[in-house]
Each structure stands twice: as structure tokens, then as C-alpha cells.
Ligand binder design. Sequence first.
Ligand SMILES: Nc1nc2c(ncn2[C@@H]2O[C@H](COP(=O)(O)OP(=O)(O)OP(=O)(O)O)[C@@H](O)[C@H]2O)c(=O)[nH]1
Length: 718
Amino acid sequence: MARQKPLQLYRNIGIIAHIDAGKTTTTERILYYTGRKHQIVDVHDTKEGKGSTTTDYLEQERKRGITIQSAAVSAEWKGHQINLIDTPGHVDFTIEVNRSLRVLDGAVVVFDGVAGVEPQTETNWRLADQYNVPRLCYVNKMDRIGADFAHCVQGIRERLGADALLCQVPLGSHDEFVGMADLVAGVGYLWKGDDKDSPWDTVPLEEIPARVDFSAAADRQWVADLPRLRVETIERALEMDDAAFEKLLEAGDVEAFIRGGDFSVELLKRCIRKGCVAGALVPVLCGSSYKNKGVQQLLDAVVDYLPYPGENGGIAIVDQDGHVTGEQGVVDDAPARALAFKVINDPFGTLTFCRVYSGVIRKGDTLLNVTRNRKERIGRIVEVQASATREIEEVRAGDICAFVSLKETETGDSLSDPAHPALLERMRFPEPVISVSVEAKNRNDVDKLSTALYKMVKADPSLRLEVDKETGQTVLKGMGELHLEITIDRMRTELGVDAVMGKPRVSFREAFGQAVEHTYTHKKQTGGSGQFAEVKMIFEPGEPGSGVVFSDEVVGGRVPREYIPAVEHAVRTESREGQVAGYEVVDFRARLVDGKYHDVDSSALAFEIATRACFREAHRLSRPKLLEPVMKLEVVTEPAYLGDVIGDINRRRGTVSDQGQRGTQAYVQGFVPLAEMFGYINFLRSATSGRGTFTMEFDHYQEVPAGMVEKLMEKEAR
Ligand SMILES: Nc1nc2c(ncn2[C@@H]2O[C@H](COP(=O)(O)OP(=O)(O)OP(=O)(O)O)[C@@H](O)[C@H]2O)c(=O)[nH]1
């Protein structure tokens, strides 16, 4: 079957926000205005047994609709299909945002008009930069007391470094927030009420001063500035298109250009779209989702300015080492290729959410999971929708869908037509920085626990599962205390397995302190045949994030080629346990420069043993370092408590990088070692009479100061 709706009419977007900025409210309003709302209510009604005339089977399908909705929903707006992919706000889930961004074509960044740019918005903004995702900024909550559009726009420009293009300006704020000026269309919208279906008057820009009157001087100033702001917006937008800009230059200025007849709102929109898709500028909108103002205009902007699938390029094709080898565009007429970006377990099986980049995938097809080199048969395919699940026969380039009960595929994996395999660039996942031991609450649940943990890890690539060699305990690693707690909680609610966690521990690392050249000879004579191998190696510390790099620099066959893989393998496995305290050794270069062998007694095993010993001794000789994760912290509190909070950061071996005032609240930002941050919430509550809040996320690894190593290790052992 051919494509029914042209690709140009699709938008795969995410809503990005700091917690409480209003993502949920905005999404709900979007679903309401796109006509999906009553269907969601249907789902809840049936869940509670009201008015259900469906069979059990359908009942289950409806419940599954709710699961799907937690990952993505689709809505129709003016003939366009908008797929909204979920991106949670909490810092411990940067990973979720990360994996969604990989498959998004555009994003709406929601700001709280009072708080302005908040830390998580900043983090997610940088991620969106990494993935080149075009964005719109929506300044929400303009009806709140203290809402300050200017402050928010300034934050977008200065803290996020974005070229913010004012497309809308609020008319009034707080309880006088009555409408907005649309600088693109050159009109104002004045709402007649706060209800969802309240109509509005559309008036020419020039009439606005006569229609509104505000008590706040700042609000009056915005109205007075409207003509100037519109000119600025038009000028900046036309710069995005050479032909349009030339015409503007010919005309002399914006007013003459408009009078001259070459100007149209459509032309302006095309220029803004061009700039937005290229990431050169970011349109700024405003509204109050809660008071039902601005959401329809936001939807218009999504359609007008954010790219359709493939408009902004496709996805990189990489080799096994992650080096880019090509690009996969979004095309129908090509071998099938898709990327899995989310896996959810629900009581009816596994749902694997995929973004299709090229070709068509049909029910019953067999694809290759290129990441794992395993065949995967496509059973049922479900469409992402806000209402009950709808099975579909096929999905095509640009689509987002869920495959039911895939066996092999994990988040980040590539699926391809087996005849044309390609590895699509996966998301970059941060390394876990914290670990806890996990045990089944009930002794009979031991087996169930390991299956459940396996499922959780499969669905969330920022989790790791390990077995502690010394204690034999199962260890779960993640991004933060909350991340691990929520994982354990989800295991209970989603998979029915109760588990208890041990004390959280920091994931330390180790590094070479300096370059070392070292030779090790392994020689053993036991009766008949012996073992012999000698390696001479140079170990050098590398840049943070450079990983383990091995190079074979042996000349003249002094170590036969067939033994080189054994040497590399030994370096990699031995580096999992360093000589300071048994933590993974990271970021170094291992150069095999010379060696000796024996015709009869040498073997891969002998070289492996020699290399392992060489590594251990060299690491010890290099004055090895212990590295600890350092977190970026932001605390927001009433100004009276700021001094105590800063004093405490210093006591925790932290440093303050910035402090200041936002509205009535004071904030401080800094860096603090994770090892000092357990239970921070309790400190903050008592120090600020329960009024302070904080966000924290991993920033970098840093050497533990010499005097602290033993102290920390003692603390760990307890
Ligand atoms: N005054 C006002 N309140 C709003 C507005 N939008 C959302 N809120 C309120 O702000 C709070 C947080 O809104 P949510 O929509 O749940 O925010 P969220 O970003 O989804 O929050 P998380 O799900 O926790 O990340 C709720 O109490 C909302 O009612 C708005 O436009 N004006």
C-alpha cells in the first residue's frame, strides 16, 4: 500500500521542560484541542468499569493504550499528524530525554514564566544541541503572579545562548494576562474568558493599545514597544533567506518593504521556518496552558516552523566502533531500517518503540537486529495513539510505532532489512555513577528477581547489572539515588517483584597516574611442556572520555600476530579492576612495543597471563589515581538560608560556581563529589525549613585528593 499522507504532513516532536513547568498540562490541552481528549477519558472510564461493553480482550487492549500513551501519543492538527514523544523532566532521567531526542525531528521547550530558564531545561537544551534538534520556546504560566516574559527571554538568550526570535508577546501578566500579540501575523488575540472553548477577538496590532490597559509598567511597555518589536522580528527572519533579505535591502527598511507589496505573512513564516529548521534561530511563543491561552497558536507554530521527518537530514550510519560511515535519509523507497528508542514492559509483554527511518516494515517481516546480529520477527505492530491501541499492518519511513513482543531488541538497537544491514547511530548514554545491592524481599522470589532486573536493564540503558565478586550480591548501577529507587518501585508495580536495596555506593574509577614502561616475563616449567611469554608495554594516561586504546607496535614478529588479540583482550579485562581499590581503570593507552616468544612453550594463554601481570604491576608503578564522580548541583532557596547552604557545600568538598537571585528566590550552583551527597535532601529540608529545592546531575570524574582516598575507602567498606 502506498503512503497515504505525505511525509511533509508529519511532525515527530517532544515537549521538553523542567519539572512543573507545565508539560503535562500543555500536553493535555494539545490533546483536547486536537480532538483526542474525549478518547482519553474513554480509556479511564473503561478502566474503572464505567460504560464498558467490550470484551476482556479489548479491555486489556485499552489498558495497553495507557502504557503506549506514556511513551508517545499522536494528534491531528490542520491536516498534520503530530506524534508527541514523551520526555520526562526530572534530572535523574536525562537518559529518557536523551533517547527521545535521538528520534525527534523537533521539540517544544516549555518554560515556567516565573522561574525562567531552570537547570534541567539547560541540560536538555544542550542535549538537543548535540542532536541538532530544532526548537520552539513556549513561555508558559504567564497568568502566574511574578510571570516575567522579559526575564525568560533574556535567560533563553544568555543562559542558553539561543538566537531567540520573538514571534509572540504576552499582553498583560498575572491576572491581567488577557491575550497575546502575534508579531508574525501582525495581530493581537484577546481572549474572552479562561475556559477551554473561550473564543478570542483578533485585532490588528495597531488597535491593541486602545483595547488593553495594564497596571504593571512593564506590561504597558510591551504594548508600547509592539511596532518596534515587529520590525525587529521581520528583519531578523528575512535574514534567513538570501532572496528575501535582498528585497528588504532594496526596499530600504521593513516598513517600505511591507508597503511595497512583496511582503506576506506566508513569506515571513517561510523565512522563520528556514531559520528554525537550520537551528539558526528559535521562535519564542507565550501563553498559559492552564488558562487555555496560546495552545492552539503553539500547535500552529509546530506545523509552521518545526521540520517534517527528514527535512533536517536523517541519522548517521556508523561502524561497530561508532565511526560515522554514511547517512540514512528518511525515504520510503529503500531497504527497511529502524531504531529502537524505548522498551516498556507491561503485563501483556514487551513493547519496543521504534522510529522507522527508511523503507516499509510489515507484519510478519523478518528483520536483522544489526546491533546484536540476531534475527527478529515482527509480529504485531501498534500505532502510537492517545486512545485504545490500534493494530496496523505496516509502518514506513518517518513513522513512530511500537512492536509487540520482540525477543532480542534493546533500547538503542538498529533493525534492518537483513539483505541491507546498517547500524544507525545510537544514543549516547552516560555511565552510571551510583550502585546498590539488591535482594529479593521474599526468599522464594530469587529467580523472579533476576528476570525482573534483567527486564528493567533491558528497558533502561542507563542501568547496569553486575555481580559483586566478593560477596556474590547482585548490584544495580544507575544515575542517582532516585533513579534506583524508582527502578525498584517499578519492578514492584509493573512486574510484581518486591526487592530491598542496600546502602547506595559511589562508582569510583581508577586511572594511570603517569606513563610507565614495563616488561613482564611469564615462564613456567611443569614436567613436559612449559609456558613462556614476554611482553614489553607502555601505558599512558589518556584524555577524560578517551576510553581504553590498544595499539600493537611490535616489529619483526617478536610477538607473533596470532597472540596479539590475547594481549589486547587481557588488557581490557584486567582494566576492570585497578590496583588502588579494585575499581575500573579508565582512559589510558596501552602500547605493546616488544616481547619474546618460544616456538614450543608460547601460547595465547601464556601471553594473556603475561599481559595481565604486566598491567597490574605497571598500574601500581604509575602512582595510580582514584577518580570520583562530581555532581553539578543547583539549590534554590529563600535568600535568608543561602549562607548556610553555601557553607555546607564547602564542607562537602564542593565549590560554588555561581549564585544570585531569581524573582524572590536565591540560587546557588556548584560542583560537589557524589560521595558527600547521600541524604542531601534531609540536610536541605532542615536547613531551609523545608523550603529549599535542589537538582543534581553527574558532571565529570575528578581525582580524589590524596588525603581522602583512605577515608573514602573506609567509608565504602562500612
Ligand atoms: N498558573 C498556572 N499554572 C500552571 C500552568 N500550567 C501548568 N500549571 C500548574 O503547574 C503545575 C505543574 O504542571 P504540570 O503540567 O504537571 O507540569 P509538568 O511539567 O508536567 O510536571 P512534571 O510532570 O512533574 O514534570 C500544576 O499544578 C499545574 O496546574 C499555567 O499556565 N499557569
